[in-house]
Design a protein around this ligand. Structure first.
Ligand SMILES: O=C(O)CCC(=O)C(=O)O
Length: 290
């Protein structure tokens, strides 16, 4: 090969400058497949300015109680935080079996996921051991179907800031990675028993723009009453990088939400969703919406 040709090849494929400076400090735990780097200092510093915009209350519809931050994570770091989490978190695709009658079907969830945290009845010690929250005694291995994993520092920084700015408390973090427009989550509500009544859920978006759809659960006709309750209008929020939706009050009990598949310009890009929740009691892997 002539030298000139090689030179131009090198120029064309030169790697993109990473959008973050990796930290040498890492969160390690026996339950992680690998150590997870701490949040780069430049992101931690910028998160000190969050929320970037004041949250806008959305409570003008029946049973709806949202606060919409557009954005919460400063725009200067949103793309870097996306790249960091996409590269450093251990994502996997959940598969599970359902049985209908005598037929068993395997369901592949159409997105990647990773989960951290433990409910209020247990806690992690500084050395990473899982103990009973009240007695401090070690938790027997059979107590949890899926071994709880502590929230790594990189997500815990955001959790603490979110607690400080919303006045809510969170001990559980679920992260979804939608690799492209074909990944999705169908209509569901986060009303699992282990979250208790009226749960508050802080839901962050990073990466590609995706629509967040909400619709009220069907309202049963009032027995004997003559007032016909009008069905509230469906909602569409075009979530962009850094946006956060705080869902609270009666929202989960009465509304469903989804991220539908998407075509068009944004379909080739990935999106990360981080949700912070408060698990009151032990759950049994109930976070398995399709
Ligand atoms: O990706 C999102 O914005 C929503 C995720 C969600 O609904 C869930 O994890 O329960």
């Amino acid at each position: 090969m002539k030298r000139g040709a090689l030179d131009s090849f090198v120029t064309l494929v030169a790697p993109k400058k990473p959008k973050y400076e990796a930290s040498a400090d890492k969160s390690s735990h026996a339950s992680y497949p690998f150590a997870i780097p701490h949040l780069p200092a430049q992101f931690t510093e910028q998160l000190g300015f969050a929320p970037s915009e004041e949250g806008k209350p959305m409570n003008d519809q029946l049973d709806l109680d949202l606060v919409y931050y557009q954005p919460y994570i400063p725009s200067s770091i949103a793309s870097g935080v996306f790249d960091f989490l996409r590269t450093e978190l251990p994502f996997y695709r959940v598969k599970y079996n359902i049985t209908r009658g005598s037929i068993q079907t395997q369901v592949n969830t159409p997105r990647f996921t990773t989960v951290f945290g433990v409910d209020e009845t247990s806690r992690f010690t500084a050395s990473g051991a899982l103990v009973d929250a009240k007695s401090g005694r070690p938790i027997e291995a059979s107590r949890y179907k899926c071994k709880p994993r502590p929230i790594p520092q990189c997500l815990d920084e955001l959790r603490k800031i979110t607690e400080g700015t919303t006045g809510e408390t969170f001990n559980f973090c679920l992260v979804n990675y939608y690799a492209d427009g074909q990944d999705s989550i169908s209509y569901h509500s986060d009303d699992e028993r282990f979250l208790g009544p009226n749960p508050a859920i802080a839901s962050f978006s990073l990466g590609a723009k995706r629509d967040f759809l909400m619709k009220h659960k069907p309202i049963p006709p009032k027995q004997g009453g003559d007032v016909i309750q009008e069905e509230p209008k469906p909602i569409k929020l075009a979530l962009g990088p850094g946006d956060m939706v705080l869902m609270r009050g009666k929202t989960q009990a009465n509304w469903l939400h989804s991220i539908p598949k998407r075509a068009g310009a944004e379909a080739g890009r990935g999106r990360i969703n981080i949700t912070f929740r408060k698990a009151m009691v032990k759950g049994d892997g109930e976070l398995l919406s399709v």
